[in-house]
Design a binder for this molecule. Structure first.
Ligand SMILES: Cc1ncc(C[n+]2csc(CCOP(=O)(O)OP(=O)(O)O)c2C)c(N)n1
Ligand code: SF4
Length: 290
């Protein structure tokens, strides 16, 4: 089936700052869905709270804006209810790696067939520029006037160690490459993380488009083997180990493992929502909560 970008675009206009990397991420998601021929009603975009978390408002798919940090539990529940749906969760680095990090840590080992896109602008954008878990050590911000004293959180290494089966990074300044990475994540069966360097042009004066342009290189051009976990972990640390001289983007790690949905006999035949429950008596279960 053919899907066009127009079909996925809705009348609501994004309220992001001019030049924000979120525009590019949104276009990457829409292009990936269109090129894969997934119909708008087959996709659910689920977010938390933040600038990028407004994304579900700007697409003509199903959508859900959850509480701060809670995109993954809501996305998992939707997938359990109807595993035929294409479920994409989207969070900022504050949303996903800060307040919602506990969900991120456990989602990999469960291996739900989900795509998780994190718009990583290395700060809290919506609340006007406080430091986030991925802010580079030493950076001065509103919440760290003397510079961040903690070491940066490493989402790529964490995802690999915690069992994610597709771990990738993209850069909002390279839409074509990002779209391919997102397509790979959607078609992968299992939990897929796409961490996206998404410049916040208003508050992040360090990690600018120019900063990334001078540093990013593609793993696929460097002969990286995506099946080699130890090599993937070494690449995940390259950024900090090289003092940000080299910043790899592309697929770090990929493996095939049964998904959470595969392990549930109740889902073998059809999605939960397709089961007929009209003659199931749930009054006893309800009575327990009265
Ligand atoms: C429980 C709770 N705590 C704090 C906030 C305030 N808050 C809203 S968005 C946000 C951080 C957003 O940063 P990020 O997730 O990196 O997304 P961005 O805005 O940069 O896209 C915070 C702390 C909130 N809405 N709810
Ligand atoms: S504050 Fe930053 S992240 Fe938020 S819309 Fe503006 S540029 Fe984008």
């Amino acid at each position: 089936m053919m899907t066009t970008i127009n079909e996925i675009t809705c009348n609501e206009k994004p309220q992001w700052c001019v030049g924000c990397g979120d525009f590019s991420v949104l276009m990457g998601i829409k292009t990936a869905i269109a090129e894969l021929g997934i119909a708008p009603h087959e996709t659910v975009l689920v977010s938390g709270i933040g600038c990028c978390s407004k994304s579900p408002h700007y697409v003509n798919t199903y959508g859900f804006e959850a509480l701060h940090g809670r995109s993954l539990p809501v996305a998992s529940a939707i997938k359990l209810a109807n595993h035929k749906l294409n479920v994409i969760a989207i969070s900022g680095d504050g949303d996903g790696y800060g307040i919602g990090v506990q969900h991120f840590i456990h989602i990999g080992r469960r291996n739900f067939d989900l795509t998780y896109i994190v718009c990583d602008n290395q700060l809290y954008g919506l609340t006007t520029g406080q430091a986030s878990p991925t802010t580079i050590k030493g950076t001065k911000s509103k919440s760290t006037p003397h510079g961040v004293i903690e070491t940066q959180f490493n989402p790529i290494a964490s995802a690999i160690v915690n069992g994610a089966t597709y771990v990738a990074r993209a850069y909002a300044g390279d839409l074509k490459h990002m779209t391919e990475i997102i397509k790979g994540a959607i078609t992968h069966r299992g939990f897929a993380l796409v961490d996206v360097f998404q410049p916040c042009v208003t508050f992040n004066k360090l990690n600018t488009y120019q900063w990334f342009q001078e540093r990013v290189y593609k793993l696929q051009d460097a002969g990286h083997n995506t099946g080699d976990k130890m090599a993937a972990l070494a690449r995940a640390w390259e950024e900090t180990n090289s003092e940000y001289k080299k910043v790899p983007i592309g697929v770090f790690y990929k493996e095939n493992r049964p998904t959470y949905e595969d392990e549930l006999p109740q889902l073998k035949e059809k999605p939960l929502v397709w089961h007929d429950i009209s003659n199931v008596d749930i009054s006893k279960a309800y009575a327990e909560f009265e």
